[in-house]
Design a protein around this ligand. Structure first.
Ligand code: ZN
Length: 745
């Protein structure tokens, strides 16, 4: 395009557009930050034509000793190498080793000695756990299919198994590991699994997680995932099929990843009938074990054993829960043309909250998440109760929130339960199916999941919906001290524990909410988000695959958004620094200014020396004139400019000029609420690209029919602007103490 006359005029009259101090490239494309597209992962954000991933199938026999809390297992892993390279060794994760004496976590925990604090807090404060508990996996043997020992070496929470010969592309290898460990007390060690002991009846609730040696991920962009398990960063796991036999005391009820294969062997006739009835009950839950029956079972301990067999296909992990204390309810949920059995397991300590809310929340989560991503593909979904927890595995999750001893509970407890069940069930979608590397990128599962958890609460529980995961909710964090704050894109274990919640969960959720509600609009956002979920279901996406797909499926350039919200700790704070009100001077009423013809050189001379006091509209509008377009400029136009027509358009209109200052650094769309003299309101939305030629300060003119009495920036708290005091005009000053004194006397 030719550099035009219009552009010259804009340069002359564009006001303060070129006063910025330093350009930071906030609207430049993300170049080096993203990996180069290739045949495994494309520039559109989809899996490429040569995309591959590994597979690991497991057959596991495990027995729990209810007296000693020891788990003893034997597993056969069949590992499929689909990578375009041969593997000389395999890496496994031994996550229980986080509880070993010399674990990297214990060695690197920091803290200090605090005087006179409750003994229970000593470990948290000092970083040293005082306990006789001996945790960690004991590896008894690693053997190939012929029973021959395989060499292995343990590096903290990782174990390398050397193969007899390189495993070539397309080949598989089976080997067997025998192991055991002592389950940890969750109330002391705050593990993701472990047991809860109930001294009143002498029984345990076991939630077993990271309990068996599991294959690390080997993929196209990282090779072997080799970040140690330190506790905060979660897991990177390979898909496969599981067949697991769990031996427990005969009076236990077991729930797990997968469907029970032998219900006739482990359920009583009555339980079996109720179990089958639940599978057809779409309207309400069916109690398979009642509270009365569970209370009865607490009183004795069976000396017999039972083996529950579960099967699961295409899952990245396997967890289970077992206890004689479990009450068990279930109901059928229709998703597409499939029926899912939603099930809850809880001790009497969870009632009456759990029998009312848990399974209902599973249903709500499955329905809303399926609508926004893909239909839930697994046959079951469990929610299991144990204190102070929220932890997810495929088809099963462990959730806290418990009423008081008298059975009453607050709205906060109810909200907490709904949120935790929806959230942990929601993790089936991210990361159990859209299988991102949690150890590296917490936001890819926690952030996306918190966003959909928030959406589920908003839609299904409006009475419980607050600011959790919303732009308004993230404001206190965004305005916090930036000196040690990490961006969302920081690696999981490098985020300071106190900031992990906002950083991994609520800040990405707030950012996605801004994308949906303000930047893209719900229709485009939902389409793009669904596209990402469907492209990467049962695959391993990375951040670039998400960033690229959201743009690819919407045609909205979002590089500025990822750059600001995900790669920096900047926040939104727009100062509506100055508002000026103008009206076109009426020519007939202006005896002094008859000079309607301007000459070359006069253009720059016209200033708009203001009468506005800069704080309110009390001085009335400032007048401005329009000269006739001079002859020497008319030649540039195809036809003559009708000066009178332009004046007529502006005659009597209210012209407002607003100077916006970007104090927080994060570029943002603007949402402006105009309140008119007649009391009516109007909301106007301006894309973030308004900042593209000046990232720090912009001035914009608005023409309004009606007279404005009030202007508010971000009236509905949708931008996460951290300072509302500079978002209002007329400027409201905080009354001084003297003013207050005068007013009151
Ligand atoms: Zn989570």
């Amino acid at each position: 395009m030719k550099f035009s006359y219009i552009a010259i005029l804009l340069l002359l009259f564009g006001g303060s557009a070129y006063t910025q101090t330093q350009w930071k490239g906030k609207f430049e494309q993300l170049g080096e930050e993203l990996p180069t597209p290739n045949s495994y992962r494309t520039a559109s954000g989809a899996p490429g034509s040569n995309y591959w991933q590994q597979r690991a199938d497991y057959v596991i026999n495990v027995e729990l000793n209810d007296e000693t809390q020891v788990l003893t297992g034997s597993e056969t892993i069949t590992y499929y190498n689909n990578a375009p390279e041969a593997l000389k060794f395999l890496w496994l994760q031994l996550d229980q080793n986080i509880f070993a004496d010399q674990s990297a976590t214990n060695q690197t925990n920091t803290g200090s000695v605090k005087d006179s604090i409750p003994a229970a807090f000593f470990g948290t404060a000092s970083g040293v756990t005082v306990s006789d508990y001996k945790g960690g996996h004991t590896i008894k043997s690693v053997k190939d299919a012929a029973g021959k020992n395989l060499p292995y070496i343990i590096n903290n929470t990782m174990m390398r198994v050397d193969l007899p010969a390189p495993l070539k592309t397309g080949e598989k290898f089976s080997f067997t590991i025998d192991w055991s460990y002592v389950e940890s007390n969750r109330q002391i060690f705050d593990g993701r699994g472990g047991y809860e002991f109930f001294p009143e009846d002498g029984n345990y609730v076991y939630t077993c997680a990271q309990w068996f040696p599991r294959m690390c991920v080997f993929d196209d962009y990282e090779g072997w995932q080799n970040k140690q398990f330190l506790g905060q960063g979660e897991f990177a796991l390979t898909f496969g099929n599981y067949r697991v036999r769990i031996t427990v005391p005969a009076d236990h009820i077991v729930g797990a990843t997968g469907t029970i294969q032998n219900p006739k062997d482990v359920l009583t006739k009555e339980q079996l009938e109720r179990y089958q009835k639940a599978g057809k009950s779409y309207e309400s839950t069916v109690l398979i074990v009642t509270e009365k029956e569970a209370r009865q079972k607490e009183k004795t301990k069976s000396s017999k054993k039972a083996t529950w067999e579960f099967a699961a296909e295409n899952v990245r992990d396997f967890a289970f829960a077992t206890s004689r204390k479990f009450i068990w309810d279930a109901q059928a949920v229709k998703i597409g043309d499939k029926t899912i059995l939603a099930q809850s397991l809880y001790s009497k300590e969870g009632n009456p909250l759990w029998e009312r809310e848990s399974t209902k929340a599973i249903k709500n989560a499955l329905e809303i998440y399926s609508d926004r991503t893909f239909e839930y593909p697994y046959p079951v979904a469990y929610s299991v109760h144990t204190a102070h927890q929220g932890m997810e595995y495929p088809m099963i999750c462990f959730n806290g929130e418990r009423p008081k001893k008298d059975g009453t509970y607050s709205k906060a407890t109810l909200t907490g339960l709904v949120q935790v069940v929806v959230h942990e069930v929601g993790h089936n979608f991210f990361p159990m199916i859209v299988n991102s590397d949690e150890r590296q990128w917490s936001w890819m599962d926690e952030g996306l999941n918190t966003f959909l958890e928030k959406e589920t609460t908003r839609i299904r529980y409006p009475e419980l919906f607050g600011t959790h995961g919303t732009p308004k909710g993230i404001v206190p964090f965004m305005r916090g001290d930036k000196s040690q704050m990490r961006p969302i894109m920081a690696s999981s274990d490098n985020v300071r524990p106190g900031e992990f919640g906002p950083n991994a969960y609520t800040k990405p959720s707030a950012a996605l909410t801004i994308l949906r509600e303000t930047v893209m609009g719900p229709e485009l956002f939902d389409k793009a988000f669904k596209e990402y979920a469907q492209r990467w279901a049962f695959r391993h996406p990375g951040p670039a695959d998400f960033f690229r797909t959201m743009e690819d499926a919407s045609a909205v350039d979002l590089d500025w958004f990822w750059r600001g919200w995900f790669y920096t700790t900047d926040h939104v704070d727009v100062d509506m620094q100055q508002v000026k009100w103008f009206k076109l001077r009426s020519e007939t009423l202006d005896p002094e200014r008859k000079k309607l013809n301007v000459k070359r050189g006069d253009l720059e001379a016209e200033s708009t020396a203001g009468k506005s006091n800069g704080t309110d509209f009390s001085n009335g509008p400032e007048e401005f004139s329009l000269m006739n377009t001079p002859e020497y400029l008319q030649g540039e136009f195809k036809s003559r400019v009708d000066d009178a027509a332009i004046r007529q358009k502006l005659e009597g209109k209210n012209v407002y000029q607003i100077k916006f200052k970007n104090l927080g650094g994060l570029v943002t769309p603007l949402v402006i609420e105009w309140t008119y003299k007649d009391g009516s309101k109007e909301i106007e939305r301006i894309p973030a690209e308004i900042w593209r030629v000046n990232e720090e300060e912009v001035t914009k003119v608005f023409i309004k029919e009606k007279e404005v009495v009030n202007i508010v920036l971000d009236p509905n708290f949708e931008l996460a602007d951290v300072e509302m005091r500079n978002n209002v005009f007329p400027k409201r000053t905080m009354p001084s103490r003297f003013d207050q004194f005068k007013k009151n006397n």
